[in-house]
Ligand binder design. Structure first.
Ligand code: NAD
Length: 258
């Protein structure tokens, strides 16, 4: 699928994987709406790639509608990537065995609201607009990629909310792809392993943590880069025969990191 002359939306586009995807989409000729909470980083990236920044909290359905409208006003919206997400490490039962220090319902709800419900809301609103596009020779009107995680399959201690949210993103892939096929829209999910982004924090401690995590990757024994993820996202968007798939990009990681 050709993206030149189209608009695209990347949620979470101000940082990490989303920023790498936004750059790659711009290189494909799309005008990118960088949709994120972070205005400083989002505006800087939009300026760098000739795109537009939209301040969007993906838990706010009106703000999602605004980003979709803004993209469609630029050019036909043919590509959407849902990369906005947060991690939250909190045990289901506290280390002390007390429920009081356990994973709070508030935290669980927040993670699911951003990672899963925010993703679904963007999918449904973007698909409504995409379905009005002129189809290409295959009848395709647009393509969507959602970011899940290997945590959907290999959840670690303290990752209940994160794994549940990403498991939801994996689980909705096929049914939503089936629904959207009728409108000429393809949807795939990319499940990253351990990717070097600000999601792990910044500074000396974060660098040491990431170096240790890299040792658990089968090959190569390091964290992945945003660019390595972005190339798979672009493949899922542009390959006309990719639909309803969940693709792991994880250096072969299978065992829980030590
Ligand atoms: P990141 O922290 O670098 O970027 C995430 C972006 O999402 C940030 O710019 C943040 O401002 C934005 N965001 C957070 N909450 C938002 C909200 N409510 N509305 C709009 N934007 C919001 O993280 P990343 O590593 O680039 O992660 C991107 C996606 O990939 C996430 O969904 C994450 O769960 C997933 N993922 C990352 C890894 C990894 O190792 N980095 C592994 C598996 C999955």
């Amino acid at each position: 699928m050709e993206l030149t002359g189209s608009s695209a939306i990347v949620t979470g586009g101000a940082s990490g994987i989303g920023a790498a995807v936004a750059r790659a989409l711009a290189a494909q000729g799309a005008t990118v709406v960088v949709a994120d909470l972070q205005a400083d980083k989002g505006e800087a990236l939009a300026a760098e790639i000739g795109g537009v920044f939209a301040q969007v909290d993906v838990t706010d359905t009106d703000q999602i509608a605004g980003a979709v409208r803004a993209a469609a006003e630029i050019a036909p919206l043919r590509a959407v990537v849902n990369s906005a997400g947060i991690g939250w490490a909190q045990r289901t039962i506290g280390r002390d065995g007390q429920l009081e220090s356990a994973h709070s319902l508030e935290a669980f709800t927040k993670v699911v609201a951003i990672n899963l419900i925010g993703t679904f809301d963007m999918v449904r609103q973007a698909a409504t607009v995409m379905s009005q596009n002129e189809p290409d020779e295959d009848g395709c009107r647009g393509a969507i990629v959602n970011l899940a995680s290997v945590a959907a399959f290999d959840g670690q201690i303290g990752q209940a909310s994160y794994s549940a949210s990403k498991g939801g993103v994996v689980g909705m892939t096929l049914p939503v792809a089936r629904d959207l096929s009728a409108a000429g829209i393809r949807l795939n999910t990319v499940a990253p392993g351990l990717i070097d982004t600000p999601i792990y924090g910044e500074g000396e401690q974060a660098e040491a943590f990431k170096a240790k995590l890299g040792e658990s990757v089968l090959f190569p024994r390091r964290l992945g880069t945003g660019a390595e993820l972005a190339s798979m996202v672009i493949e899922c968007l542009t390959n006309s025969y990719m639909n309803g798939e969940v693709v792991r990009v994880d250096g072969g990681i299978r065992m829980p990191p030590k």
